[in-house]
Design a protein around this ligand. Structure first.
Ligand SMILES: [Zn+2]
Ligand SMILES: [Zn+2]
Length: 51
């Protein structure tokens, strides 16, 4: 499982790269709407690591 630890303290996870990117984008939309569009797929994946 891949995880991104958001600076706000929320852990966003996904079973695949695609799922992780989707979940991170949804988290940004719901919790950080001012950041929507700020992170590319590559940037999101560069913040991710395996758990
Ligand atoms: Zn971790
Ligand atoms: Zn967050």
């Amino acid at each position: 499982m891949k995880v991104v630890h958001c600076p706000c303290g929320v852990d966003v996870s996904g079973d695949s790269d695609d799922e992780l990117v989707t979940n991170v984008e949804q988290h940004i939309e719901s919790d950080h709407p001012d950041m929507v569009g700020s992170y590319s797929r590559e940037q999101i994946l560069s913040m991710a690591h395996d758990h």
